[in-house]
Ligand binder design. Structure first.
Ligand code: PFF
Length: 460
């Protein structure tokens, strides 16, 4: 019972590991796609406001729950108020589903690194890039093998533990990620004509700002900061009492936002110059279809492509590690399993979900599942779409909402603030934070749910 709990060996290690969780596929292609879809600078401005107004306060609620209880997501709620254990369960379910598809997309990224290393031959013809990608993801076995390789890498790190595995790997990988990103940015902005794209990114047209922009920004911010599903409860539970949670959370938010904006600077102008703005809004296939097409047209494109996918891989790996760690800590603490056993037990149902996600990429083999929203009623949709909607549109906002209600109204912002202030750390904006957690954030999150479940709109 009194077994010594793991802790981060250093605060910088914690910040890098948490930033590693936050900085992921979401920052690199999801953010760029959204910036393009929502009108450039206007979206970036709304995003920054939302990150610091809502994302940071919600992150602090999670960190305070984690550090106070020193428990996994489920155990943390159970300790503070057993009736609210369901909040932790929501978190673990969300994380489990996200990891099932994150691993498959991570596998796609590994495959593309391999393709670039071996010569970047995507075939010929007008639709070569699209055919290559859609042909690959629709294969029955190969994407699963790449996904398994990605997952095995995560397992390798997580089994080694918090400070010896996750912290060490993050301290090495995060600086590598920054260097790669800077290299990509330099290459992008020195292309002839790139400044037009940069100015598109940073010019703000107030008429582009609407309710949609804020809702899109909030959905993106939660996913990107890894809040709303308990990752920060788990990572917060390893933080020593003397560390300043407010400063650490501010660092994590700044790093995450910086990387998202830099990634947009590395991507948007390049696509803008080579193909015009109409290619920008391609969503999920953006990284795998539009960008390789762009890379092929620029000098040194093969190596740029290689760097870019390596960057995407590092970002995805540290995020997936955080998800796996949160699930594993739940199993090891609540069921007294070893890390290895817990990981292997998780891997079995995860394989089923991952396989369903991957197979549903092909309409021929597609597995359909029911999905409900008030605008469209009950529909049968491909399993991959249902998994993404389930996490992005329903579970993450729901998790964020319950965390705020729990801290704001049940456990109490006074208790949470006392944890944040422990060992004489100061928390000057306590009152503002308390107001946001009790009122502002829940209202914003309900608005997301109104858009997604009420109006049937997607956040992606
Ligand atoms: N924040 C990660 C990204 O931006 O890609 C994704 C993510 C990581 C989502 C961890 C959820 C999570 F628990």
């Amino acid at each position: 019972m009194n077994q010594k709990r793991s802790q981060w060996a250093s605060n910088i290690g914690f910040i890098l590991a948490a930033a590693g969780s936050a900085i992921g596929l979401g920052n690199i292609w999801k953010f760029s796609g959204k910036v393009a879809a929502y009108g450039g600078g206007a979206f970036i401005l709304c995003y920054i406001i939302i990150v610091f107004l809502i994302g940071l306060p919600v992150m602090l609620t999670e960190l305070s729950i984690g550090r106070r209880t020193q428990k996994n997501v489920v155990g943390a709620f159970h300790t503070l108020n057993p009736k609210w254990t369901f909040c932790g369960v929501i978190g673990v379910i969300t994380l489990f589903v996200i990891l099932s598809y994150y691993a498959i997309v991570g596998g796609w990224v590994l495959k593309y690194i391999w393709v670039y290393l071996s010569g970047a031959d995507f075939g010929t013809g007008q639709a070569a890039y699209e055919n290559y990608f859609t042909g690959f993801i629709a294969k029955p076995v190969e994407p699963l093998i790449w996904g398994a390789v990605f997952l095995i890498l995560c397992i390798y790190v997580v089994v080694r533990g918090v400070s010896q595995g996750i912290e060490r790997v993050s301290k090495f990988l995060m600086p590598c990620l920054f260097l790669l990103l800077i290299a990509c940015v330099i290459r992008a902005v020195t292309l002839p004509g790139a400044m037009e794209g940069v100015s598109y990114l940073f010019s703000i047209h107030p008429e582009d700002i609407g309710m949609n922009t804020f809702v899109g920004a909030l959905g993106q911010a939660f996913f990107s900061l890894s809040v709303g599903m308990g990752i920060m409860i788990t990572y917060g539970s390893y933080v020593p009492k003397k560390e300043n949670l407010v400063k650490s959370a501010a660092w994590i938010c700044c790093l995450d936002t910086l990387v998202a904006i830099l990634a947009a600077v590395a991507i948007v102008p390049v696509v803008f110059v080579t193909m015009g703005s109409d290619k920008l809004g391609m969503g999920g296939s953006f990284a795998f279809i539009a960008l390789p097409e762009v890379f092929a047209q620029m000098p040194g494109g093969r190596w740029f492509g290689c760097f870019f996918f390596l960057l995407l891989f590092l970002a995805a790996l540290t995020s997936a590690i955080s998800i796996l760690e949160s699930c594993v800590s739940f199993l090891t603490e609540e069921f007294h399993l070893s890390r290895l056993k817990a990981t292997l037990i998780l891997a079995i149902p995860m394989t089923v979900l991952s396989a369903g996600y991957s197979l549903s990429q092909s309409s021929a083999r597609g597995i359909n599942l029911p999905w409900f929203d008030f605008a469209n009623g009950l529909q049968m949709l491909p399993m991959n779409a249902v998994m993404e909607k389930f996490t992005d549109n329903l579970m993450i906002p729901l998790g964020g909402l319950f965390f705020c209600i729990f801290v704001g109204w049940i456990w109490g912002t006074k208790n949470a603030a006392a944890e944040i202030e422990s060992e004489r750390n100061t928390f000057r904006l306590k009152k503002v934070w308390s107001f946001i957690v009790r009122f502002l954030a829940p209202v914003f999150i309900l608005l997301i749910l109104y858009f997604t479940i009420g109006l049937g709109q997607g956040l992606s």
